[in-house]
Design a protein around this ligand. Structure first.
Ligand code: FUB
Ligand code: ZN
Length: 648
């Protein structure tokens, strides 16, 4: 029996349909392009000379005794297959596909064969270093890979009702539970890359087995205690590192510098951090742990008000893929890993479930439309790992400190990571769009879609029709109601200053709570709500402490951040200046980048009197039209410059 949060629950993915619009388009692209493409990548079937093979499935075949050879790839290569399987599960939950299911079942058979007699499952250690299991938690990702496969198993069970992968993973969790924890003779370790904690909470949601909650809670509570577990295991294995850089890094990299309840600022590797915050929030909600809730809120404030880019990017440093310090956000050297923004979405959703405030979904939406969608090309076959806000291609290619910044999206990465993470998020988008609060349905994200709800014993369907995020009006039709009383909650986005709501064309009584407008009434079949948000183009400025943006502004319309691209504006984007009082000409261009708003604004272009590097003659200016497109859509036409924060 599945456990439920009594106050708020995410929508049941099986009941949501993504029917169109930008999010629907991305969702469909994952089903039609990304999942099939990644299947080929995982099987090393993409024959493009410069693409490194993944070997992920071959590693499992070798571990299963079905093939002979050596392990290839990162120590966490297994996680790519796990994330792909999780994405497949989300697809199957909504759209049955016999061929895809057969493929997934065959892979699950291989995974089950790769499981060792004691329940252990990890191809790196099984194939390459069988006698070194659990000796390097800090670097070697055994618990991380276990977490990803566990998430896949839970998703697959929920989608299909089939237990094979789930049982494999429960056996593995049982083994992990005998090895780690406070009990006599157990190791007091915890993951070097957090992930299993949140996966255990997902498992607990379906098993209701206290052991699963306790293990997640143990990993959270043990972290950061002194003396350092990671230091001790390093001594114990003879001071050997899997990656030599780790010899220099301290426990802050893995957020193990302090017990989690004492952590006030986000530090270290960004993906590790947000996955941990997700689990902290899950455990805090489940156990009603107030200090843990407070720690989550404090970290949220630090991340989103001090260390987050306007695109929802986090982790500004390429070195260590990490958070640095407040207001330290260079635009051209930004790391902003796609996975970090994805993790921020996972965390925002949990913070919303915990506190019920719409501001968390504001951040979710900001990350989704900007720092996450930017990770994938229009056709779903090219990916950014790193998401800067300013790019000059030549400097990415020639400067060592921008080595991590790619001027074009890549086909795949030797380092297993962002592409299948995008797939699993976008394939499960439906569950983020709607929620249920008490006895009433709620809408968090706007886009063409529908969702069914059980309300007072009836099946009620909400159907959205809108051109959001390109314009701010949303039509919502209520189906299945017949004199049915319930409160419908709709999120008023934090960026919105003026909004209006009508029911069947008439003004009606509403209340507001925690950022939601509530229509609490008796609903009839076919009732129609019209919600409209004023969505002007806004020029955003950053705090003066954010030195990189001094004198600059960024264009935002609704939740979407816009940028200048060389394809529209020519080279040397930094010579363009936006006029402070410019009117904005917004045009929805169906033919452009799968349909986007294009914004034209007035400005100036500066040019130096000569190419002499220094002169006492000020640059001249001439009027220029500045053309902006959504940031997420950049680099789909040609390689070239891109700029978000433009001089004002
Ligand atoms: O370490 C596993 C994943 O690879 C991390 O989450 C990413 O940042 C990348 O380093
Ligand atoms: Zn990644």
């Amino acid at each position: 029996m599945e456990k439920k949060n009594l106050n708020r629950n995410m929508a049941d993915l099986k009941k949501v349909r993504m029917t169109g619009g930008l999010l629907g388009l991305k969702y469909t692209s994952v089903l039609n392009n990304v999942i099939p493409y990644q299947w080929k990548a995982l099987n090393d079937e993409i024959d493009e000379g410069d693409m490194e093979p993944s070997h992920a499935i071959e590693n499992f075949r070798i571990a299963a005794g079905l093939s002979r050879g050596e392990f290839h790839g990162m120590v966490f290569q297994d996680s790519d297959l796990a994330k792909w399987l999780e994405a497949v599960a989300y697809q199957l939950a909504v759209t049955p596909d016999d061929n895809l299911k057969k493929r997934a079942d065959e892979v699950i058979d291989i995974i089950a064969l790769a499981q060792q007699p004691d329940g252990y499952l990890n191809t790196y250690y099984t194939v390459k270093e069988p006698d070194k299991r659990w000796t390097n938690l800090r670097e070697c990702h055994e618990l991380y890979c276990a977490g990803h496969m566990l998430e896949a198993a839970v998703a697959y069970y929920r989608a299909t009702g089939e237990r094979k992968l789930l049982d494999v993973m429960i056996r593995f969790v049982n083994l992990i539970d005998t090895l780690f924890g406070p009990g006599e003779g157990k190791k007091r370790g915890y993951p070097g890359h957090q992930e299993i904690e949140l996966a255990l909470m997902r498992l607990y949601a379906i098993t209701n087995d206290r052991k699963h909650l306790d293990l997640a809670k143990y990993f959270i509570d043990e972290r950061g205690k002194r003396p350092s577990y990671f230091e001790k295991e390093w001594e114990d294995r003879g001071r050997i590192n899997h990656w030599s850089v780790f010899a220099k890094w301290d426990d802050a990299y893995n957020q193990a510098h302090l017990p989690v309840r004492e952590q006030k600022a986000a530090v270290g590797h960004a993906v590790r951090a947000v996955y941990m915050y997700c689990a902290m929030t899950d455990v805090a909600m489940e156990t009603n742990d107030d200090p843990l809730k407070e720690a989550c809120r404090g970290l949220w404030e630090n991340v989103t008000n001090r260390q987050m880019y306007i695109t929802g990017g986090i982790g500004s440093s390429g070195y260590q893929e990490a958070f640095t310090f407040d207001y330290d956000m260079p635009n051209d050297r930004a790391y902003n890993e796609t996975c970090a923004s994805i993790g921020l979405i996972f965390w925002a959703q949990r913070m919303f479930l915990m506190d019920g405030e719409s501001r968390y979904i504001d951040v979710l939406e900001q990350a989704l439309y900007n720092g996450v969608l930017s990770g994938m090309s229009q056709d779903g076959t090219r990916f950014f790992y790193v998401n800067p806000l300013e790019v000059k291609p030549e400097s990415c290619l020639r400067r060592h400190d921008k080595e991590h910044v790619k001027p074009v999206r890549q086909k795949w990465f030797a380092c297993a990571c962002c592409p299948p993470n995008l797939a699993r998020l976008l394939a499960s988008l439906g569950q983020y769009m709607y929620f249920q609060a008490g006895d009433g349905p709620g809408i968090n994200l706007y886009g063409d879609s529908s969702s069914r709800f059980e309300i007072r014993g009836r099946e009620i369907t909400l159907e959205q029709k809108t051109n959001y995020p390109w314009e701010g009006s949303v039509g919502i039709q209520v189906k299945g109601a017949a004199e049915t009383p319930f409160a419908l909650r709709m999120r008023i986005p934090g960026w919105c200053r003026e909004w209006n709501v009508l029911v069947n064309g008439k003004a009606c009584e509403t209340t507001r709570e925690r950022g939601y407008v509530i229509l609490d009434r008796i609903w009839q079949e076919g009732d129609r709500v019209e919600l409209s948000f004023a969505m002007p183009v806004r020029v955003m400025y950053s705090a003066t402490k954010l030195q990189e943006n001094a004198g600059r502004g960024a264009l935002v319309m609704g939740p979407v951040v816009y940028c200048l691209e060389e394809a529209d504006n020519g080279k040397d984007l930094s010579s363009l200046i936006l006029k402070r009082e410019t009117p904005f000409d917004v045009e929805f261009r169906k033919d452009l980048l799968d349909g986007v708003n294009r914004i034209r604004a007035q400005g100036l272009r500066e040019s130096s009197p000569s190419e002499t590097i220094y002169t006492d003659r000020a640059p001249g200016t001439e009027p220029a039209e500045l053309i902006f497109i959504p940031y997420y859509a950049w680099n789909n036409r040609a390689e070239g410059e891109m700029l978000v924060w433009v001089r004002v």
